[in-house]
Design a binder for this molecule. Sequence first.
Ligand code: DGL
Length: 272
Amino acid sequence: MSRESSLNQNEKAIGIFDSGIGGLTVMRQVANRLPQESIIYFGDTARVPYGEKSQETILRYCIENTLFLMEQQVKMIVVACNTGAAYSTETLRQMFNIPILDVIEPGIARVAEVTKNRRIAILATKATIRSQVYQRGVSEKIPGAQLFPLACPLFVPLVEERLFNHPATELIVKEYLAPLKDKQVDTVLLGCTHYPLIQSIIQREMGSHVMIVDSATTCAARVAASLADTNQLSSQSSGGSRQFYASDDPERFRAMGEVFFGSSIECRSSVS
Ligand code: DGL
């Protein structure tokens, strides 16, 4: 019997995927919240970025990513890519007989908790903004909300280049956020996995009175609640394993991934 098939359901890993390394900001929170759980992360580095691609292509990629994680015998899938989730979560739930969580719903729930004046900016990739998934979700959850959706296509490459505290990033943030200046938003939702890495610049630009929300922490809480509700929490007393796969250049993923994940990692190629 293979190692995987001999695992009991509770000791199977949580599967997390993203278009690349960004979803490690989500994995980091899941790992902090559930240290005893094993986690397998897949970053689709061969095909990143998803944010500029069509709906059909993004959906196809997400189905393939889910199949890869299913082959690893995971007990749950977390779509830790906002763009991917915007176009695939519903279909994945219909296709696969396994709990599928994503980063979108937790982000919306967190916004609803923190906004007071219901004037909310949504920052995300072009594809996520085009999908209207956040606009619809926030409007349903917060009746009367005034929304200011903004696509910020240069944020992902700036983060990928690790220009976290760089004048170029400050300039682009200033430029992109300029339309928000007179909108009196009290909450900014970071609807993209990469944006938490430049949160301090966004915060400075918006002012300290504005709440910046990212979905990673709330998503981790959802993962924990879902596993508890379905009696699938690991009963291991020691820490779970952490495995990382990338569809291209695992070495680059490893080097970059340490910044996103916050500790050293090893990464294998998903292509055998
Ligand atoms: N992971 C994507 C997201 O959260 C950003 C990177 C990409 O465009 O693929 O939207």
